[in-house]
Design a protein around this ligand. Structure first.
Ligand code: NAP
Length: 256
């Protein structure tokens, strides 16, 4: 079933109580974390960071955004630009909550012997190449003045400095690539708008389809609503010096 792509929040028509006024966009809106982010931004009970207009895109929305087809990413960006022009809104927040760890293309590798070119291609496609295409087509839609935030959901296991356990070669490497893309894009964005912030986010372990096979007893797994609320609170409080960083759901900067 297609996800609703635009939600209006009459309780907050002018965005007066939002600390980041304007329109918010979530890409990956059909995922566990993405859906929770849309709900929070749209004013779910106790929500953090409510926006007057929330745009939601994913593979099941209209328009659909699928990383396997750059034309769909470009067309979705044109749709967002048209929505903002029509409603006289500025796009102030983009959150990219897409990701891949396991599925038909394969499982994360436990050792070198498990490395598989098809799995590697897919994990890089969804976790790094797709978000890079989002940067290409969507970041130019952010305003040239005033605070705006682009956040890409990454993972702590993508941190090279924090890697003590090994394993999950493809997922780790693709998230490390994403972190580098975020850092590089943050520099270009700052040249364009000194008040822009571009970050990678670590959401913690969240109860979604992505983590389900790996959620071990004893590991702290949080509901998507809680993770979404934490991440939005972190985004609201981000200062400019955090741009280009990998930030966790408590606001701590993690090593690359
Ligand atoms: N869950 C955790 O414990 C955890 C921990 C650390 C980091 N993360 C990160 O958090 C983010 C959100 O993951 P999640 O837990 O919400 O997982 P999820 O429920 O499996 O959601 C994954 C999302 O990625 C989208 N996606 C997959 N392939 C795509 C493609 N080719 N083109 C466009 N979109 C595609 C899915 O779209 P469809 O809805 O169309 O399938 C879905 O929206 C990911 O970046 C993940 O790596 C999660």
């Amino acid at each position: 079933m297609p996800t609703e792509t635009v939600s209006e929040n009459p309780a907050n028509p002018a965005g007066k109580s939002a600390s980041l006024p304007g329109a918010a966009l979530v890409i990956g809106a059909g995922g566990g974390l993405g859906a929770a982010l849309v709900a929070q931004l749209s004013g779910a009970p106790g929500a953090v960071g409510v926006f007057p207009t929330v745009l939601a895109l994913g593979r099941s929305t209209e328009p659909a955004l699928d990383y396997d087809h750059e034309a769909s990413v470009q067309a979705a960006a044109r749709w967002v630009a048209a929505q903002c022009a029509e409603r006289q809104l500025e796009l102030r927040l983009i959150i990219v909550a897409t990701g891949f760890l396991h599925g038909a293309p394969g499982q994360p590798e436990r050792s070198l012997a498990h490395l598989d070119a098809d799995y590697l291609r897919n994990v890089f496609q969804v976790n790094a190449i797709g978000p890079a295409l989002v940067m290409k087509h969507f970041l130019p839609l952010l305003p040239k003045q005033g605070r705006c935030v682009a956040a890409f959901v990454s993972a702590k296991v993508g941190s090279i400095g924090d890697n003590a356990l090994g394993g999950w070669y493809g997922y780790r490497a693709s998230k490390a690539a994403l972190n580098q893309l975020v850092k590089t894009a943050s520099i270009e964005l700052t040249r364009r708008n000194k008040e822009s912030i571009c970050v990678a986010l670590h959401p913690g372990t969240v109860a979604t389809a992505l983590s389900q096979p790996f959620a071990k007893t004893g590991l702290k797994v949080r509901p998507p609503e809680e993770a979404a609320s934490d991440l939005l609170a972190v985004l609201q409080g981000l200062t400019l010096e955090k741009t280009g960083c990998l930030v966790d759901y408590q606001g701590a900067t993690l090593p690359f």
